[in-house]
Ligand binder design. Structure first.
Ligand SMILES: Cc1ncc(COP(=O)(O)O)c(C=O)c1O
Length: 407
């Protein structure tokens, strides 16, 4: 075997041998493909199928309506919120599960605008955001009579001021994998008297978030990426305890009512994060998520973060060693404090390269027009997988005619 392949393969084997999370991989249904798309759709934890079969055949099929009570369906949004809370650094009573991230962005931004008051007339939004947040923030601003100000997350501390009601920022950029400064931006927003609303889709389950420790006001996130909840699994909403009494949801559905079965015409919000609920919970998806969260039992988020950084470092090292000169450029920051758990490579032939890579058993994804994304999920991606992914990428780049990327 030629250098540098042999030495990097040896290094991968040594890193895998020391990996305290390596045993978690057995918990997932995976095949020979190197699955680097867990930042889009997490892999299936094997035991979920059996649990869901029980939910369908026994809880729904036999107990039917009794399951709302006897199988704990009604309280699932709060119960599963308590399972997610420690993964994002939240004490109990602040996380409720339900709806999509998009819907929770709407609830959180409107509620933040209302909490901030009418004197504050602008909402800052991450200009590089995943589009749904920007679209919804624009509508939320219009509805609450405020002006939307798109700007780079790094510019939020300088821009926030007495007119700012809230800032909506992504913890990790979905395109580049850049990790934004949650503690610093939150502190700056709050020093100006505004509320910090964070989108955790690309950080929860990949790194410690520390919502309570950093005093975040409101947060949302999805559960189908690093939390492996399944396609379309419900999202979650974090409402810091100090804001709960004033949290005025723009979607005051009956399940967020203090006494839903009183069926009264007037709305009185429930206490706590429950007031973030809207309608009937999507039980099949919710309970698949609840079961999927078992893979976190006994796992430390610090260990996940350490492995995630080691994986992305190693991938970048292998890409540098193997890839033909000039064909790919990393968009992902080198500095650990600025890196999430994915590597994004700019490549002029990205569509053809990703299609060929997938056909050869390395599954990442494409962000048009020219970004190859590779997500590193520490619970089931290893170092040998990582070396193989870089090696196959180099082969594909050699086989797909191309040009050097403009940096
Ligand atoms: C950062 C971010 N926010 C929001 C969303 C959208 O979430 P949903 O489609 O569940 O509403 C995504 C989806 O990938 C995302 O990556």
């Amino acid at each position: 075997m030629s250098e540098p392949y042999a030495s990097l393969r040896e290094k991968a084997a040594a890193l895998d041998a020391q990996d305290e999370l390596a045993k978690q991989r057995e918990l997932f249904a995976l095949d020979e493909a190197v699955y680097l798309d867990g930042n889009s759709l997490g892999a299936l934890p094997r035991h979920v199928a059996g649990r869901l079969a029980d939910v369908i055949t026994r809880e729904w099929g036999e107990l039917r309506i009794r399951s709302w009570d006897e199988s704990g369906w009604w309280t699932a949004p709060e119960r599963i919120g308590e399972r997610i809370a420690p993964l994002v650094g939240a004490a109990p009573g602040q996380v409720v599960v339900g709806d999509s991230t998009s819907v929770n962005v709407f609830k959180a931004v409107v509620a933040a605008a209302r909490l901030a008051g009418e004197d504050r007339d602008e909402i800052l939004v991450d200009a590089t955001t995943f589009p749904t947040d920007g679209y919804i923030a624009e509508s939320a601003a219009r509805m609450t009579g405020k002006r939307l100000v798109p700007l780079a997350p790094g510019d939020v501390p300088a821009a926030v001021g007495p007119r700012t009601a809230a800032a909506l920022v992504n913890h990790v950029d979905f395109r580049t994998g850049r990790l934004h400064d949650l503690p610093g931006i939150t502190a700056a927003v709050q020093a100006a008297g505004a509320l910090a609303v964070w989108d955790l889709c690309h950080s929860a389950g990949a790194l410690p978030v520390g919502l309570d420790a950093h005093g975040v006001d409101l947060a949302v996130g999805c559960t189908y990426k690093y939390l492996n909840g399944g396609p379309g699994a419900p999202a979650y909403l974090y409402v810091a305890e100090r804001h709960q009494a004033g949290f005025d949801s723009p979607l005051p559905g009956w399940t967020g009512h203090r006494d839903p079965f009183a069926m009264t015409p007037g709305y009185t919000a429930a206490d706590g994060a429950t007031r973030g609920r809207v309608g009937t919970p999507d039980i099949l998806s919710m309970l698949a998520l609840e079961s999927a969260l078992d893979v976190w039992d006994g796992v430390s988020m610090d260990a996940v973060r350490a492995k995630s950084l080691a994986l992305t470092d190693f991938f970048l090292e292998c890409v540098r060693a193997y890839a033909p000169e000039g064909r790919v450029t990393s968009l992902t920051p080198e500095a650990h404090e600025e890196r999430g758990s994915q590597v994004a490579l700019r490549c002029a032939e990205a569509p053809q390269v990703m299609e060929t890579l997938i056909a050869r058993g390395v599954v990442g994804d494409l962000r048009r027009p020219d970004v190859l994304r590779f997500g590193f999920t520490p619970l089931y991606v290893g170092f040998a997988d990582t070396e193989r992914a870089a090696r196959v990428l180099a082969e594909v780049l050699t086989d797909v005619p191309g040009q050097a990327t403009a940096v």
